[in-house]
Design a protein. Structure first.
Length: 191
């Protein structure tokens, strides 16, 4: 029985260097607010406004460091409020995804694509994956014996990298549906 910590991923934005410069100025560097669970990543002090045709969300946190492409990760509840229909995708799979505008203190970026709902996924280091017979991009289930509502999440994408710390990520909608609390563990079940 292989256990991993369950983590809740709230709405956030990953910016490209070019878009960071447009939104915050050409010499701006993200300022770390706090580390997040994956090594080298951090929640920054900076936030943006996420805008669609008739709606907006303020104070959407930027997660650093900068990436090759700008990506916005929201929940289905967020999408409905914003009038969007983003696909459920793995990080980086942005072709044909939803559009929006991002507004910073000095500029605005109109994304033609980049908004997704993150597919629930499992971050694993290679040793743990090998030890448990798991492969990159394999789909598994993860059972969470939550104190209030036990559930098994299906179609969990396995992602393997030497840069990863073992963890299972769900979004706020999935977390709220089962009353998850920080510090709970999930048990990996092969499908």
């Amino acid at each position: 029985m292989f256990k991993v910590p369950v983590e809740i991923s709230a709405r956030h934005v990953h910016l490209s260097q070019n878009h960071l410069a447009v939104l915050f100025g050409p010499d701006h560097h993200l300022k770390k607010l706090r580390d997040v669970s994956q090594p080298g990543e951090f929640a920054s002090e900076e936030t943006v406004v996420l805008q669609t045709k008739g709606e907006e969300m303020r104070n959407v946190r930027i997660v650093g460091p900068v990436r090759n492409k700008t990506q916005v990760e929201i929940s289905l509840t967020d999408a409905r409020k914003l009038g969007l229909r983003p696909p459920i995708r793995t990080s980086g799979d942005l072709v044909g995804s939803e559009k929006c505008s991002l507004i910073g203190p000095v500029g605005k970026v109109n994304l033609k694509e980049g908004v997704i709902i993150s597919q629930r996924h499992l971050h694993l280091d290679p040793d743990s994956a090998l030890e448990n017979g798991l492969n990159d991009k394999e789909l598994v289930s993860v059972r969470v014996d939550s104190k209030q509502r036990a559930i098994t999440f299906h179609q969990v994408m396995v992602r393997i990298s030497p840069d990863f710390k073992n963890s299972f990520h769900v979004d706020t909608d999935e977390s709220n549906a089962v009353a998850l609390e920080e510090g709970e563990d999930g048990i990996i079940v092969k499908e």
